[in-house]
Design a protein around this ligand. Sequence first.
Ligand code: HEC
Length: 279
Amino acid sequence: MSVSPAQLFLVATPIGNLEDVTHRALRVLAEVDIVAAEDTRHTRRLLERYGVAARLVSLFEHNERARVSKLLAELKAGRSVAVVTDAGSPAVSDPGYPLVRAAAPHDPHDLISLQAGARTFVNYCLGCHGLESMRYGKLTDLGLTEAQIKDYLMFTADKVGEPIRTVMPRKESKSWFGVAPPDLSLAARARSADWLYTYLRTFYRDAKTVTGWNNAVFENVAMPHALWTLQGERAYDRESGKWTEIAKGIQSPADMTPRCATSSISWCTSASPPLPAAR
Ligand code: HEC
């Protein structure tokens, strides 16, 4: 394995003896573009000991907010970043964690968020979109029982073997929205999880569109803001990039539903069978 661009690494460093560091940790530290360290002096000692040259920046509690956005920009620009703390593995309470969360807004291994996302999908998306390459029964992989799936998630099918289909008739939806809402097995696969998450978070009020909504990453989108009761309403000025809150949603934090929905949709699109090559 070698370090490829735009990756974020969490590197465990020795808790006591500097010799306990792994070869892999040293190699990652040597190969990444930037090493974000809780205490640069501390980490420099380790690097010097092994002759590793690295671009070190600090990432600790008090500069974290400003630093995370800079590091995210580096990741977006295709550079790789390693996060190390003074000792041990960067974890939930350490510096670094907000960066991990910000860089990976969706966690495909977090079952609770995947289950919440499946529920979000059924409650807020299934009215218009299907996920037809996925069968209801497959949701047992998320730790749900068939009974739970039937009771809480299955409103558009009788048997768990059926695909996740929308109830919306395609013809009518086209006349309502101008564009038929695409089946998300296909549409979401063509988009990255980051895009999906950003899309769900950047609806704004726009009196000039038919639905009264617009979207920062999908201009003049035909979809209304499906999560607005949760996320609230905002105005957005494209020129300045400035957001203004118009009304609060009932949910806080506001990114939770999009995060869960994104995890779940990404999980569904990657867990479903490969698509036919061309149609
Ligand atoms: C009231 C109907 C409706 C609801 C509810 C709805 N959507 Fe949509 N959605 C649409 C329509 C219509 C489009 C097509 C937009 C266009 O092409 O302008 C769309 C487009 C999309 C796209 C873009 C697909 C692409 O790449 O072109 C995504 C992703 C999406 N919806 C996700 C969701 C999610 C997730 C939810 C639930 C939180 C949701 N939608 C709820 C109607 C809906």
